[in-house]
Design a protein around this ligand. Sequence first.
Ligand code: HEC
Length: 97
Amino acid sequence: MKMNTSHEREKAFRTLALCAVLFAPTAGMAGDAQDRAADISRGAQTWVNNCARCHNPRDPKEFRDDLWKPITYHMRVRAGLTGQQTRDVLKFLQESN
Ligand code: HEC
């Protein structure tokens, strides 16, 4: 039963982390637009530097735009990206597939 409990806790934590990630980008929308616009070349840089740390870099063409969104938010948690980096990477992936 011990295994189950820690599994449940991990699941709860993941759900919380995912909520934080999903709501974080909207929370900051009121700020400076200049600062927040996603930038493809910055995104490409972040992709090269971060996304290949744990697995082979995933080709943008592997997924459709609508699938890249949840995947990028999922990977944001894994990679510890900032909101800006996440938006940049997402833009890069969606523009390059
Ligand atoms: C800290 C390690 C780590 C980093 C950094 C990382 N990933 Fe992942 N990635 C994983 C793991 C582990 C999985 C397997 C699914 C899981 O358990 O979350 C995965 C799975 C994936 C998948 C398969 C689909 C899915 O959601 O399971 C894609 C696509 C992906 N990663 C893309 C990326 C991109 C793009 C980045 C950069 C923003 C990135 N990863 C950064 C660890 C990482």
